[in-house]
Design a protein around this ligand. Structure first.
Ligand code: ADP
Length: 488
C-alpha cells in the first residue's frame, strides 16, 4: 500500500510545493535585487548629471566674470563697485597679479582669501577650498571647487580671477538606500505573507476537514486532488482513515459477535433451568438437563478464556516465556495427548517425521497452537475423513516447519482468507451450538461446535514467534495447515 502511494506521488519538479516555493522565493529575491539595482543606477546618473552641470556653470561664470572685470579694469573703475550676478553660495575673488585682493564676493573670510592667494601664487588651475559654517547644533564643512582664470588684456595678465562653487547638494545616499531597503523589506514581507498563505491554504483545508471528521463518521475522506506534497499528505490521511474505519468496524463486529456467542449458551441455560423447574420429574431427566447446563457453561468459559487471551495479546500484555523448544518433542506430546479424542472420533492420528528441531519459543503457547490445529483436524474430519497427520521438518538455515493435514471436508477458496478472523466459521449451522438442544445429549468430544477463535489464537501465537502460517484446502480432499517458525 505504502509503495503504491509513493509510486502515485512521484510528482514532477514543477508540481512539488518545495519547487514552487523555491521558484517564488527566487522571483521575489530577483525583484528586490532589481529594485535596488535600479535605485542605485538612478542615483548615480543624477549624481553624474549634477557634477557635470556644476562644472559647466563654474566655467561659464568664470569666463563671464573675467570679461566683465577686464572691462572694469580697462575703464579704471573700482572692481568692488561692479554689480555681479552671483548664484547663492558662489564665491568670487579678484587678485592683482602681485597677489593683492581687488574684490571678493560670497562667504569669504580673510583666512580663506589667504588660502586662495597662496593657491594662485602656486599657479594652480583649480583649488579645493574648505569652507566651514557653524550652525547652532553642528558645523558643516563644504569643499568648494575654485577655478583660477587669468584676466588677460592683449596677452598681458591684468588680474587673476578665482570663482568657486560648492559641490552639488550631497545626495543623501544613506536615506535613499534606507527607504529603498524599507521598500524591499515591505515587498518581501507582503510577498512572503502572500506566499505563505497560498502555500498553506491546502493545510488549512485539511485541518478544517479533519476537524469535521469524527469517530462516528469515519467514512469521510479528504479526496484532495493535488499532485504535490499536500496531495500526498491528504492521501496518507485518507488511507489512515480507511484503516481506522476498518479497525473500528472490526471492533464493533467483534463486540457484536462476542455478545452473540455468549447469548446463545445463556439462552440455552435459561431454557434448561425453566424446563427443570416446570416440566421435569424423573431424576434421569434432571441429570440430562444439568449435563447440558454444564456443557454450555464450559462452552462460555472457553469463549471467555479465548477472548481474554486475545484481548491481552492485542494490548501486548502477554509476555512470552522464551526458551529452547524442540518442536519434534512438542508435536509428539500433543499427539499423544489427543489420541483418545481421535480414537473417540474414529480418526487415525498419525505422525510423520518428528526430528529434533530447535526453536526459541514459549512451549505453553506453541503447545496450544498445535493442539488447536490437531483438534480442528479431528473435529472437522469426524464422520467425513479418516486421518489426521502431523509432521515436523527443518528447512535450514532459517525455518522450522510444522504441518497438520487432514482428509476432512476441506474449505472453499472464498472462505480461506477469513479463516483466521475472530468468530469466523465456514459452516455456521454445523459449528454453532445454538441448536444444541438435540446435540446436548452427545458426549463432549462428539460436539463439532467451537468458539470460532481457535485459529485467531493460532495466528497470534505464530506472529508472536515471528513465523508464518499458510493453509491449503480443497473440498473433498482435506486441509493442510503449515506453520513456519524461525530456527534457533
Ligand atoms: P472453531 O472453534 O469454530 O473451530 P477456528 O477458529 O478453530 O474456530 O476455525 C474457524 C473455522 O475454520 C471453523 O469454524 C471451520 O469452519 C474452519 N476450519 C478450521 N479448521 C478446519 C479443518 N481442519 N477442516 C475444515 N475446516 C476447518
Amino acid at each position: 500500500m505504502k509503495r503504491a502511494i509513493q509510486h502515485h506521488f512521484r510528482f514532477s519538479l514543477t508540481s512539488s510545493v518545495r519547487a514552487r516555493l523555491t521558484l517564488w522565493y527566487l522571483v521575489m529575491v530577483a525583484f528586490i535585487v532589481c529594485l535596488f539595482g535600479v535605485s542605485l543606477y538612478i542615483t548615480q546618473i543624477s549624481l553624474n548629471a549634477d557634477t557635470a552641470e556644476r562644472a559647466a556653470q563654474l566655467y561659464q561664470d568664470s569666463q563671464r566674470f573675467a570679461e566683465t572685470y577686464r572691462q572694469v579694469l580697462l575703464d579704471r573703475q573700482a572692481p568692488t563697485t561692479l554689480h555681479l550676478k552671483l548664484s547663492s553660495q558662489e564665491i568670487v575673488l579678484l587678485l592683482h597679479p602681485d597677489g593683492n585682493a581687488l574684490d571678493s564676493r560670497g562667504p569669504l573670510t580673510d583666512s580663506l582669501i589667504q588660502q586662495l592667494q597662496t593657491g594662485a601664487e602656486q599657479n594652480k588651475g583649480m583649488i579645493d577650498l574648505t569652507v566651514r559654517r557653524s550652525l547652532p547644533w553642528w558645523t558643516i564643512n563644504t569643499t568648494y571647487h575654485v577655478l583660477v582664470t587669468p584676466v588677460l588684456n592683449q596677452n598681458t595678465r591684468v588680474a587673476i580671477l578665482l570663482v568657486g562653487l560648492p559641490p552639488p547638494h550631497p545626495t543623501p545616499l544613506g536615506i535613499i538606500w534606507f527607504f529603498h531597503g524599507l521598500l524591499a523589506l515591505l515587498v518581501a514581507a507582503i510577498g512572503g505573507y502572500w506566499l505563505a498563505g497560498k502555500v498553506l491554504r491546502p493545510v488549512k483545508m485539511i485541518t478544517r476537514m479533519a476537524n469535521e471528521i469524527n469517530a462516528t463518521d469515519l467514512r469521510r475522506r479528504l479526496h484532495l486532488q493535488r499532485r504535490d506534497e499536500f496531495g500526498e499528505l491528504a492521501a496518507t490521511f485518507d488511507h489512515m482513515l480507511a484503516r481506522l474505519e476498518a479497525a473500528f468496524k472490526r471492533q464493533t463486529q467483534f463486540t457484536a459477535d462476542a455478545s452473540h456467542e455468549l447469548r446463545t449458551p445463556l439462552t440455552i441455560i435459561d431454557l434448561k433451568i425453566n424446563q427443570a423447574l416446570t416440566q421435569l420429574e424423573q431424576p434421569e431427566e434432571y441429570r440430562q438437563a444439568f449435563e447440558q447446563i454444564q456443557a454450555e457453561n464450559a462452552h462460555m468459559a472457553a469463549i471467555i478464556n479465548s477472548l481474554l487471551l486475545l484481548a491481552r495479546a492485542d494490548t501486548g500484555q502477554i509476555a512470552l516465556n522464551l526458551q529452547e523448544v524442540d518442536l519434534g518433542d512438542l508435536a509428539l506430546a500433543c499427539v499423544e495427548r489427543l489420541l483418545p479424542l481421535a480414537r473417540a472420533s474414529q480418526i487415525v492420528l498419525t505422525t510423520g517425521d518428528l526430528p529434533e528441531v530447535l526453536i526459541r519459543g514459549d512451549s505453553h503457547y506453541l503447545g496450544q497452537m498445535l493442539t488447536n490445529l490437531i483438534e480442528n483436524g479431528i473435529k472437522y474430519s469426524r464422520h467425513i475423513g479418516k486421518r489426521v497427520h502431523v509432521e515436523v521438518a527443518c528447512e535450514p538455515p532459517l525455518w522450522s516447519v510444522v504441518r497438520v493435514q487432514d482428509d476432512g471436508p476441506g474449505v472453499t477458496d472464498e472462505h480461506l482468507p477469513y479463516l483466521f478472523s475472530r468468530f469466523y466459521r465456514v459452516d455456521k449451522a454445523r459449528s454453532s451450538r445454538q441448536k444444541g438442544s438435540t446435540r446436548s445429549t452427545l458426549p463432549d468430544q462428539e460436539k463439532p461446535g467451537g468458539t470460532g477463535l481457535g485459529l485467531s489464537i493460532v495466528q497470534w501465537i505464530v506472529q508472536a514467534h515471528h513465523g508464518e502460517i499458510r493453509v491449503e484446502s480443497k473440498i473433498g480432499t482435506g486441509s493442510r495447515f503449515e506453520i513456519r517458525l524461525p530456527l534457533l
